[in-house]
Design a protein around this ligand. Structure first.
Ligand code: HPA
Length: 272
């Protein structure tokens, strides 16, 4: 694994005149619009990056963008890898390892999620303040390399409290309503049954999705500060649950994403 990380990092360095990003960004379903805000210097399709998997989901373009956002050097993944695509946890999180090796100190992750909290409405944003890993596995299972991080990483403050405060201030100052809550990550690709939504709410999750948790675990293991934000694209609230399709998830995410893009853009400006 260490050799593969080094090989990929070198390959990206060689193709980008040794670009050194400070901040990593992972863009979820229908949330690629932030890319337009990035002054791109290098765009590398995933199929040209050794060790990278390919994004197979509609709504997920597969390319790495190196450039400047709000005066900061960023490395943005337009399209991510999911467990339900059949990739291993190591494949899904490999780009985070590469980000760390390239110099990234902070990560912004976004996703589309279903909301279980009855105070949530479709189209609202939720700043993630914690997560529940409901994947049947963990990306850190297997040999631990001390040079990458500790065997037993602490997860007491996985989502950086200072970044949460800054993002909330950005939202407030710009009249963007945001909620805050716990994201449960599970495999999909089925959406949840009514009983599963009920269960997720009862165990303490406010929103649910099929991504983010693996990447965040590896970021935390790598001592990268994390900020996460969800767009609530549908509700799993008793009495309000509607039939849902991937197209609807994409549509709501696309429509609401300017608000999310704005928050991330301003937060990146403030990140140190
Ligand atoms: N469940 C799981 N993943 C999702 C959902 C959902 O309701 N909405 C968007 N992604």
């Amino acid at each position: 694994m260490l050799e593969q990380i080094e090989f990929t990092t070198k390959s990206i360095h060689n193709r980008s005149n040794h670009f050194k990003p400070e901040i990593g960004i992972v863009l979820g379903t229908g949330l690629g619009g932030l890319v337009k805000e990035i002054k791109a210097e290098y765009i590398l399709p995933y199929d040209t990056i050794p060790g990278f998997a390919l994004s197979t989901v509609e709504g997920h373009t597969g390319q790495l963008i190196l450039g400047t956002l709000s005066g900061k050097k960023v490395m943005a993944m337009q399209g991510r890898f999911h467990f339900y695509e059949g990739y291993s946890m190591q494949q899904i999180t490999f780009p985070i390892r590469v980000m760390k090796a390239m110099g990234v100190h902070s990560l912004c992750v976004s996703n589309a999620a279903g909301g279980m909290n009855p105070n949530f409405k479709v189209g609202e944003l939720m700043i993630i303040n914690d997560h529940i890993n409901l994947f049947p596995t963990n990306p850190l299972i297997g040999k631990n390399y001390a040079s990458l991080g500790p065997r037993f990483p602490d997860m007491g403050e996985t989502y950086d409290a200072q970044y949460i405060q800054l993002a909330k201030a950005v939202a407030k100052n710009n009249n963007i309503e945001v909620k805050e809550g716990v994201y449960a990550g599970l495999t999909g690709p089925c959406f949840e049954t009514p009983a599963e939504y009920r269960y997720l709410w009862r165990i303490g999750a406010d929103a649910v999705g099929m991504s983010t948790v693996p990447e965040v675990i590896v970021a935390k293991h790598s001592n990268i500060r994390v900020f996460g934000i969800s767009i609530i694209t549908d509700l799993g609230v008793e009495g309000y649950t509607q039939k849902i399709t991937h197209e609807e998830v994409q549509e709501v995410a696309n429509k609401q994403e300017p608000k999310m893009t704005f928050i991330i853009k301003e937060l990146v400006r403030l990140m140190k």
